[in-house]
Design a protein. Sequence first.
Length: 236
Amino acid sequence: MDEEVLRQIEQIIGYEFSDKNLLIKALTHSSAVDNRLMSNERLEFLGDSVLAVVICRALFDNFRNYLEGDLTKIKSKFVSRETCAQISRRLGLQEFLKVGKGMVSNRALSGSLAAGVLETIIAAIYIDGGFEAASDFILSNYGSLIEQADAEQDHGNFKSLLQQYSQEQFNATPSYILLDEKGPDHNKCFELEVTIEDRHFTSAWGSNKKEAEQKAAHNALVELGVLEKAAESPAE
């Protein structure tokens, strides 16, 4: 790989390597070498872990009122092969990946290859420049996704929104109480209500408990006027 191509890659990723061999190794698939230790497989292993740590910390810092379950859902989506491949394709990283002849035709189409090369680049940056450099690269490419996830959580997860509001306004955590259930075991419906301290809100039915909880949380948000305030705030 000539110096001009390496400089092009560095411009794309926004990082200049002190050790260019690390970048070359990060872009060498096991199918292109006789000894797999000379490929990027070990870097992929490391990059996966570095990515997870950076994403977990970013979610922990940005979503301060979300419980572990909500954070885990967002994190799982962000570190998934699908999301990694999406970012890799956006940067065009897979186009620089050195693969064996039998894989050339599948290179641009392979989500797994595209995802893997993002992780190997992360690992190479981490080794060459340290955790902060790797973190900067990750967050620069995940920033818009984090903002989008924040909006989706705020407007789509009524339980999370209610918990955040309840803690801020009442210093209390909402409780969900099962009031009734109907139907056979294979097709039950559940009725739940939300209580905050001593206040009870309109109950809701759902085809499962999670759905009923979301609907009950929505009812509470409506009665508290939270959704109305959120709808008015963009125009302020």
